[in-house]
Design a protein around this ligand. Structure first.
Ligand code: SIN
Ligand code: MN
Length: 201
């Protein structure tokens, strides 16, 4: 595997997963999405996110009018399914850590979906990295600073790319400006799936 690019402390592993590995991950996610269907979380200020989400693991990231947090179960009441082993092995590969994530957020971007600049800071211990896996359509990933505002830099993430957000970059603002809907044929209905693996508890 090639060395990662470093952009403001984010390690960007381009083409970390080849096409067969991407297809294996997608297959492993199918039963997860069936047991814990995607939903559009409410945002504290009102309205809903354009990205649909669900989770796997011991807890799942959740948002409603009361705020952002990790929840013990899916809004339907079912337990979050386990994180597939194929997904955990991506974490092992890029972090080399013994500790494994206890939550995997699954974001689905349909046509027009985006995610505003934000920090990932709902986890108990912010010293563990967050690992992001991109599947499907290309996405324009924007990286900002440790505080809101200032100059930003962007990079297109393609299917099979993996990003490690750790160390001093763990609290860097980031978001997705847009996807190139239909740029990949990996997802049968088009769109993009992003997995973020987190040590949350
Ligand atoms: C996220 O920050 O939770 C998602 C990033 C992405 O979709 O690449
Ligand atoms: Mn994030």
């Amino acid at each position: 595997m090639l060395k990662p690019l470093n952009l403001r402390g984010f390690e960007i592993w381009k083409s970390c997963l080849d096409h067969p590995e991407q297809a294996v991950l997608l297959d492993a996610l199918r039963p997860v999405l069936k047991a814990a269907p995607l939903f559009s979380p409410e945002i504290p200020g009102g309205g809903r996110m354009s990205v649909r989400m669900t989770s796997a693991g011991r807890c799942g990231w959740y948002s409603d009018r009361r705020g952002y947090r990790y929840a013990e179960s899916h809004p339907s009441g079912v337990d979050w399914p386990a994180i597939p082993g194929e997904v955990l092995s991506v974490w092992d590969r890029v972090t080399g850590l013994e500790r494994r994530p206890d939550s995997c957020l699954i974001n689905h971007y349909g046509e027009g979906a985006r995610m505003g600049l934000h920090q990932d800071r709902d986890e108990a211990d912010l010293t563990w990295p967050v690992v992001s896996v991109s599947l499907g359509d290309d996405a324009l990933f924007r990286i900002g600073n440790a505080t809101r505002g200032g100059r930003t830099e962007s990079v297109w993430l393609e299917s099979g790319d993996v990003v490690v957000m750790g160390g001093p970059a763990r609290l860097t603002y980031h978001g997705i400006d847009r996807i190139r809907f239909g740029s990949s044929t990996l997802l049968p209905g088009g769109g993009r799936i992003n997995l973020t693996l987190r040590v949350a508890l």
